[in-house]
Design a protein around this ligand. Structure first.
Ligand code: ADP
Ligand code: GN1
Ligand code: MG
Length: 361
């Protein structure tokens, strides 16, 4: 089915040429739809990856509940310009659902937020705003009355990710095990430490809260002054350890290189971004975080560089079945870059602990 016909199902009339690919996420396919001047807004059209998000009803109901709850909070606070501060989903005309199934793919439409910037890298000042924004995001969702489902069960469960890694090593489907043996060993050495959060949870020492779980820097929109307008890409909002949001943001934003940098000399943990983000986050979140959560923030950063290295390498061993790749070695390049980042994070850990203690005081 043409994308313009899909848009018509959502009550928006455009030509095929008005719909162009945008964004560089690894999972869904995203398109910008230019609907003006005939319409008051432009739109984002997305093909949901239903091989990954297998329960699209639960996924979309999470997103509807989360956006409605945040909208309510912003209204109560008397915020201006609310349509630029929370995603607005568009309903399909005949079913009233927030997605449309064309017999093959699942599609959804959101209002395009104007005059906003997505970034792949940021300044310490932006990082401080981003920290506050994720703190507020978690705080706003802390009293959501609806049940938020795990749109991907056990998404950030490190023990499960390690089982998947171990299965991929055993199966060696793509015949790459020998080539990456040294990296496998270095990751396995760190496995027990990486699962600290699961251990603390079993001991009842660590809570789960509603988190975003994909706090990559390109999943937020900034305004021209560098302030965060809104958090987007809500597919993975679910109960998790707050480490997910804190750790995954710093994994992407505090990397001096790229997530898939071939030049490992560029990949280094950026302490200035770390400090600024942590300051912003704790300004808001120290009101609700427990001591165990705060103490383990440096661990959260290690955990997410580690988890991502494991996930990329698992996909490489499996023959690239999960992440979109641009070239055959892409997942291996990504895994090596994440591992280099992890080593850099490990070397900065004492400094990170010291900084967190200093702002707690
Ligand atoms: P993916 O799953 O592909 O990462 P995202 O929801 O993050 O999908 O969208 C990809 C990109 O599209 C974002 O990085 C952002 O630049 C842009 N985008 C998404 N939603 C909106 C929106 N409502 N308004 C403006 N831009 C958006
Ligand atoms: C995926 O869609 P995107 O690019 O925001 C992935 C994240 C990973 C990230 C790695 C559902 O996110 O968990 O951290 O790639 N999302 C899913 O860049 O697996
Ligand atoms: Mg995204």
């Amino acid at each position: 089915m043409d994308k313009s016909e899909i848009m018509a199902r959502f009550g928006i009339n455009v030509e095929e040429r008005d719909i162009t690919p945008t964004g560089n996420g690894h999972i869904n396919d995203t398109f910008k739809v230019t609907a003006r001047p005939a319409s008051p807004f432009d739109y984002i059209l997305q093909r949901i990856n239903h091989h990954i998000f297998t329960d699209v009803d639960a996924l979309q109901s999470n997103i509807e509940n989360v956006t409605a709850h945040i909208r309510g909070k912003l209204e109560k606070k008397g915020e201006h310009d609310i349509d630029r501060k929370v995603i607005k989903v568009v309903k399909e005309k005949s079913t009233g659902k927030s997605y449309f199934f064309d017999g093959e793919s699942y599609w959804r439409v959101m209002v395009f937020i104007d005059d906003a910037l997505t970034r792949e890298s940021i300044t310490p000042e932006n990082a401080c705003h981003a920290g506050e924004a994720f703190g507020q995001f978690q705080m706003m969702l802390s009293d959501i009355p609806d049940k938020i489902e795990e749109s991907i069960p056990d998404f950030h469960n490190m023990e499960l990710r390690l089982r998947q890694f171990s299965d991929a090593i055993d199966a060696d489907k793509a015949g790459k095990r020998k080539e990456v043996a040294a990296l496998i060993d270095q990751l396995i050495e760190r496995a027990e430490h990486a699962c600290l959060a699961e251990k603390l949870f079993r001991e009842d020492r660590l809570p789960k809260r509603i988190c975003h779980c994909d706090t990559k820097i390109n999943n937020m929109l900034f305004d021209r002054n560098g302030e965060v307008l809104c958090v987007i890409d809500l597919d993975t909002v679910m109960p998790s350890f707050i480490f997910s949001d804190y750790g995954d943001f710093l994994r992407t934003a505090a990397n001096k290189g790229d997530e898939d940098d071939r030049n490992l000399d560029r990949v280094e943990f950026d302490m200035e971004i770390f400090k600024a983000f942590t300051e912003g986050y704790l300004k808001v979140a120290s009101d609700f975080l427990t001591d165990v959560e705060i103490e383990n923030l440096p661990y959260a950063v290690e955990r997410f560089a580690y988890m991502q290295a494991v996930r990329f390498l698992t996909d490489y061993l499996n023959g690239d079945t999960y992440y979109k790749t641009a070239y055959p070695e892409h997942n291996l390049v990504r895994a090596k870059a994440q591992f280099k980042l992890l080593q850099s994070i490990e070397s900065h850990k004492p400094e990170m602990e010291e900084f967190i203690n200093s702002i707690k005081r």
